[in-house]
Design a protein around this ligand. Sequence first.
Ligand SMILES: Nc1ncnc2c1ncn2[C@@H]1O[C@H](COP(=O)(O)OP(=O)(O)OP(=O)(O)O)[C@@H](O)[C@H]1O
Ligand SMILES: [Mg+2]
Length: 316
Amino acid sequence: MKLNNVVATYTTVRGQVTAVDGIDLEIPNGIILGVAGESGCGKTTLLKVLYGDIGYPLTLKTGGIQYGFPDETGEEVTSATIRKHWFKRISYIPQSSMSSLNPVIRIRNQFVDFLEPGTSKAEVLEVVRNYVQKLDLPPEAIDAYPHELSGGMRQRIMVALATFFQPELILADEPTTALDVVVQKGILLLLMNLQEQMKNTIVFVSHDMGVHYQITHKMLIMYAAKAVEFGDSERIFQKPLHPYTKMLVESLPSVGDAHIRQGVAGRPPSLWEDLRGCRFAPRCPLATELCQTTEPALIEYEPGHFAACHYADIGL
Ligand SMILES: Nc1ncnc2c1ncn2[C@@H]1O[C@H](COP(=O)(O)OP(=O)(O)OP(=O)(O)O)[C@@H](O)[C@H]1O
Ligand SMILES: [Mg+2]
C-alpha cells in the first residue's frame, strides 16, 4: 500500500485544521502495521482517509493511496475507488466500536446487510453461525441484541464482521482499549491468528506501546499530524531513532520494574498554532536552534527505517 503525500484537513468554524500532514510512505501488504502517538495526533483521521470515509468536515486536500491490490477489472484500487470495496476488500473497526453496533438490530441482521442477491438468508446465517463459533463465540450470540452481550463478546462480533469476507485490508482503531486485560489479550490473539491465516494487512491503532510490541510487524509513530518514525517494530523498540519514539518506548514498564516509569512530559502543540520547525522541539532534550526553525524531513537512516529528526543518526 502506498500513501502519496496524504494531507487531510477538517473544516471548522475557526477555519481549517490539518490533521494528517503530508504522510508519504510505502507499507508492504500482508503485515500488521501499528500506529501510535498521543491523543489528537491524527491516528483516527489517517484511518478514515485509508478507509475512504471522507466527507464534510474531513477533506483529502492532496495526495491519495494506492492499495496494492486490483479490483475486478484488474485496475489497482485507489482512494478514488476504495468505497466500492467496503466490507469485502477493506473493513473498519471504529474507535467507539463498543457502541457502533446498531442497538435495535439483532447481531444476525447486521451480517445480513452483506447478503448477495440470490443467496437465501438461512444459508448466510448458517455460514455466519459457523464463523462466529470459530471466533470463540456461542452460535446463539448472533441472535442477541448488542446490549445482551458482554463488551468482549461485542468486540469479537466486531472482529467477526470485519473479517467475514477476508478483506485484504483491515483498519482497527483502538479495538481493545475499553476491555480488561484478559479479554484484551483474547481479542489481540484472535486478530493475530486471523492475520496469520489470511495474510492480509491490518492497520492497528493503539496508545498502548505494550500492545504494539506484542502484535505489530511495523510501526508508524505520529506526532502532531506528522509521521515522525516508521520501520520494523523490532528495530523501533530496540533502537528508536526519534527522541519522541524513544520516550514512548522508555515509558513501557519492563518485568520486575520497581519504580513507576515516566510518561512523556509536556503536551503536543495545538494544530492551530504556527507550527514552524520541528513540532517536537519544545519537548525534546536534543533540540537546537536548527530544530526551532527547520522542519526535519522523514529520511531513511537504515534500510526500511525512517525518522524525521535532525539528530536521528546520533544513536546509530
Ligand atoms: N470532526 C472534527 N472536526 C474538527 N477537528 C477534528 C475533528 N475530528 C478530529 N479533529 C481534530 O483533528 C486532530 C486529529 O484527531 P484524531 O481524532 O485523528 O486524533 P487521534 O490521534 O485519533 O486521537 P485519539 O488518540 O484521542 O483518538 C485533532 O486535533 C482533532 O481535534
Ligand atoms: Mg482516535
